[in-house]
Design a protein around this ligand. Sequence first.
Ligand SMILES: [Zn+2]
Length: 445
Amino acid sequence: MRFLLPDLLYSEGALRPGLAVGLREGRVAGVVPAESLPSGAPVERLPARALLPGFVNAHSHAFQRGLRGHVQYAEGPDSFWTWRDRMYRLANALDPDGVEAVSALAFLEMARAGFTTVGEFHYLHHAPDGTPYADPDELALRVVAAAERVGIRIVLLRVAYARAGFGLAPNPLQRRFYDRGPDDVLAAVARLRARGVAAGLAPHSVRACPADWLSAFAGFDGPVHAHVDEQPAEIAASLKEHGRRPLQVFADAGLVGPAFTAVHLTHPDDEELALLRIAGGRVCVCPTTELDLGDGLFPLERAAGIGLCIGSDSHALVDPFTELRSIEWHARAATGRRNILGPAGDPDGISRALLDAGARGGASALGQPGGTIVDGAPADLVAIDLTDPALRAARLLPALVFSGHPGMVTDVWVAGRRVVTARHHPDAERIVADAERVLANVTAT
Ligand SMILES: [Zn+2]
């Protein structure tokens, strides 16, 4: 048993002085007043630091970190769909070593930014020609190995991908993604779990999975994530195929409940929002990717009562602070109003709600405990530099959420193990060099 004693500890919705957190066997072992620490107990003081629960990145495609900077411009008209073609070219250019190296770079950047858990929405399964690897889980295990190299906690959301879309011929650029049937997907999840990997299920979208596949996943034991209502064309195709919008298709297959997370939901109608609210499902908002790809804005102003979490998705930016505040800011920009998320009469209410989405909301979406600093929770923690100019002469909690940035994250613990120390990750230089060597041989544009 040891203790961390920061200047401020985020506990029960506020930054509080004079509290120490106990750590034992990877878990939080109590929050105790500093004056009642047992004498002689090992205590590490963290002066000028606030200690928060680690952020949870509930939606990531780690290999897409290789697109950074290469896809911000294209000749001619550019859209989500033309971006996607270029993303597919990267997806097909990476061998297993490359997938692992680029994933490690993404996870390194996440850890440095304060993410302690990632939900990896993993759809690279096979060799580029579609042939399964000798170990059919080769690439999933490479992504898990990358997370272990960095020290970040991972939940592997094993993607089911059946087809290019309703009525479309198979797309040769998607051969690495295709499964033969839903039973193969469930078998892959079972194999991963048997190897100790925390694994969930991710029917990619109504575009990629027909209704009979979705029905085969009903009753799945664990988190279920899917892209929903990301683009208007996806909704139009769903209406044409099913006569129903995407979330209704997932619901009719029996998948929308407390374990379900709709990723994006940038174009829902009110019936879909009501459906998700009543079912107790969540939305994973990925604001920076949704801006970057032109997906649209999540309509927070119509989503009261729906649980939220965040993802950095394509990794155009890896910054939990920007993802969180953008949920509120986008709704302000869209409505011309302010204070969309916060309860009346509470100056810290919006910030508290956003921090909750960034930690506890993401953990819940991934079927994990934690996201709060309470007895028995995983000891996944981040230390914030209270001397950062962005936090000075300010009301602290709103400043942290609305002005925070990854540079103020100094130390990161995952399961009680210190992964980042004084802004330094011990393997950072080699991780970056390995990814640069891989990507130098890949034309991402
Ligand atoms: Zn995605």
